[in-house]
Design a protein around this ligand. Structure first.
Ligand SMILES: [Mg+2]
Length: 212
């Protein structure tokens, strides 16, 4: 009888030990806020960019070379938008935010962009944003210091429902078919790098949301 109760006790104990408790939501939000507002986030981005420039510095590029940049949480930060919503998201507030076009640059990404421009590499912005936000997005990029680029590719009419990974890989394929040599892709989500034609992958950290 005693051995059965001991066995039950250990089984219960091992059962308890396997429960993975999540971080308290309030604490998680506070951690994210501190990370972004203390400068730690920008430092991490800067380290990523330093590594990328070091790698790219050893390469030579011809006139077909291009780099593909995602926009949200890659070159533009929507930290203020998500924080103002208590680290949340709604479609309608997100639509309004895109239309405002006031997202600031992620400075390290702008440094990478300027480096690539100095190497005469074509710059392509490729975003899952929709056509109705094209002008606002273009103006936002320019106001944030991304003044020169070959094209800004958004979702055209009829492309709204295509999953981000597929949409972006199709557009990269089309760029290659046009004769571009994609030497680097810069993004913050797995879907920015899906299915090849990426060149060197540069992933900007994002602790605000995960899309894939
Ligand atoms: Mg993004």
């Amino acid at each position: 009888m005693k051995s059965i109760s001991l066995l039950t006790f250990f089984l219960l104990l091992s059962g308890c030990a396997s429960v993975k408790h999540p971080v308290n939501l309030g604490e998680a939000k506070e951690n994210v806020r501190d990370y972004y507002e203390s400068g730690a986030f920008e430092n991490e981005c800067s380290n990523v960019v330093d590594g990328a420039i070091k790698f790219l510095e050893s390469k030579s590029f011809n006139e077909t070379a291009c780099a593909v940049f995602d926009i949200d949480e890659t070159v533009l930060s929507n930290y203020k938008y998500t924080k103002d919503l208590g680290f949340g998201y709604t479609q309608s507030s997100w639509d309004e935010w895109q239309q405002k076009g006031i997202s600031p640059a992620i400075k390290a990404s702008r440094r990478l962009y300027n480096y690539l421009l100095s190497k005469k590499i074509h710059i392509i912005f490729l975003t899952g944003r929709e056509l109705k936000y094209f002008e606002a997005t273009k103006n936002n990029l320019i106001n944030a210091g991304f003044t020169k680029f070959d094209s800004l590719i958004v979702r055209a009419a009829g492309e709204e429902k295509i999953p981000a990974a597929e949409f972006k890989s199709d557009k990269r394929k089309a760029l290659v078919n046009k004769g571009f040599n994609i030497v680097a892709s810069v993004g913050d989500q797995e879907s920015d790098f899906y299915d090849g034609n990426t060149g060197y992958i540069i992933r900007i950290p994002n602790y605000l949301y995960l899309l894939d």
